[in-house]
Design a protein around this ligand. Structure first.
Ligand code: URA
Length: 215
């Protein structure tokens, strides 16, 4: 397997291009334009890994020289589900490699009193229960949003879900492993830990602010 390590259900990318690009993503001197481009590129490279097990079927084709049997992806239906808002930064990179995927959106905020995630927006492909879903969020920090988003998707019938984040930390991985042991987690990089404010260390700061130039 390709990961730095591949525990069952956790795949951490081990590719020089991904490591290189994540270094510049983390660097605070990288501006919003370059940051956005790098997030998109890493998402595209991760799409390559996430789709590794897609089933193939044989087809017969004619090359300019002869007839031959070859393979194409056998009609697996995919859905890409960005968690708003930072997940939006990964959509185009994923779609570059999986252009036929449908895109659904989930928006969550944390209730200031209960601290529980509350869904404020959800628009999904109608046949969500038939699709293999790829939930995307650049940061797997506490895991609270990803956990809630996956629960919402399961409540709507989704059965086959993967989670893809550019940076993660052990706390977030543990949350998803505990609550959703069936979900494969793909990380571009596994960072050290969370700080007291729920930010990943060393991290990259606030992914949404850096993508959209807010703050
Ligand atoms: N969300 C972010 O954008 N950054 C973190 O470090 C954690 C959560």
């Amino acid at each position: 397997m390709r990961g730095d390590f591949y525990m069952e259900k956790l795949i951490v990318m081990d590719h020089p291009l991904i490591k290189h690009k994540i270094t510049y993503i983390k660097d605070k001197s990288t501006g919003a334009k370059e940051f956005r481009e790098l997030i998109k590129e890493v998402a595209m490279l991760m799409a390559y890994e996430v789709t590794r097990e897609l089933p193939l079927k044989k087809v017969e084709i004619e090359t300019p020289l002869t007839t031959t049997e070859s393979e194409v992806i056998s009609g697996k239906k995919l859905g890409i589900i960005p968690i708003l808002r930072a997940g939006l930064g990964m959509v185009d990179g994923m779609l570059n490699l999986i252009p036929t995927a449908k895109v659904g959106h989930i928006g969550l905020y944390r209730d200031p009193e209960t601290l529980e995630p509350v869904e404020y927006y959800c628009k999904l492909p109608t046949d969500v229960e038939e699709r293999e879903l790829i939930v995307i969020d650049p940061m797997l920090a506490t895991g609270g949003s990803a956990k809630a988003a996956i629960t919402f998707l399961k409540n709507r019938g989704a059965k086959n879900i993967k989670l893809v984040s550019i940076l993660g930390c052990p706390e977030g991985v543990a949350t998803i492993h505990k609550e959703h042991p069936d979900v494969d987690i793909y990380l571009g990089c596994l960072d050290e830990k969370l700080n007291d404010h729920g930010y990943i260390l060393p991290g990259l700061g606030d992914a949404g602010d850096r993508l959209f130039g807010t703050k």
